[in-house]
Design a protein around this ligand. Structure first.
Ligand code: C5P
Length: 208
């Protein structure tokens, strides 16, 4: 069983994906970490974020099992990742690893922006997780502050808006809800309720 989750930044899809993976006992891949890993490697080696050749090399050298979530999950790396993610050759260099992960025998939970539409169009259950911009900005601001860093909600809102536009408007595998995805709007849902709704949908598929 492959469960695919897509949606914009700070929508809750990552938390939901982790909870679903734990619940069904299957491995989880946060594909945002791959783009973040490439961006971090480019920054560390002093390359520009639009250096496609260096991006492809960084993507090829990426070790999926060694991606440091804590180090990569800063807001700034997320921004850089979305700039790297517009490069078709970089996306292509990350594709095989994602598909291999998704098709392992026991199944997988995989989340990102283009999973249900492009990476795993054959996924058994697809979710598009979203929330309105204001709520996402509130969540992201809280998250940044919880790391002891300074954040101004107006700046965070602007960043998210820009990032959504970049992710949704890029030519190659843009963020988009798949036709057969279940929409989960978490604006007014706590994580527990969103999780229960998702489990109901997955269980309905499993009982078929
Ligand atoms: O989900 P996360 O915020 O970690 O993703 C960082 C960036 O990586 C996104 O803004 C997006 O540009 C890119 N990304 C993507 N395709 C994916 C996952 C992430 O383009 N499947």
């Amino acid at each position: 069983m492959i469960i695919a989750l897509d949606g914009p930044a700070a929508s809750g899809k990552g938390t939901l994906a982790r909870r679903l993976a734990a619940h069904y006992g299957v491995p989880h891949l946060d594909t945002g970490l791959l783009y973040r890993g490439v961006a971090a490697a480019l920054i560390a080696s002093g390359h520009a974020l639009d250096d496609e050749m260096a991006g492809v090399a960084a993507a090829a050298a990426l070790d999926l099992s060694a991606l440091d979530r804590d180090r990569l999950s800063t807001h700034a790396i997320g921004e850089a990742a979305s700039r790297v993610a517009v490069l078709p050759a970089v996306r292509n260099a990350l594709l095989d690893a994602q598909r291999r992960f998704a098709s392992q025998p026991g199944g997988a939970v995989i989340d990102g922006r283009d999973i249900g539409t492009f990476v795993c169009p054959q996924a058994d259950v697809k979710f598009f997780v979203t929330a309105n911009l204001e709520e996402r900005a509130r969540r992201r601001t809280r998250e940044i502050r919880s790391r002891g860093q300074h954040a101004v909600i107006d700046d965070v809102r602007l960043d998210l808006e820009r990032r959504d536009a970049r992710d949704a408007e890029r030519a190659d595998a843009p963020m988009k809800m798949a036709d057969d995805a279940h929409l989960l709007d978490t604006t007014d849902l706590d994580i527990e309720t969103a999780f229960k709704r998702a489990v109901d949908i997955v269980d309905r598929f499993r009982d078929r």
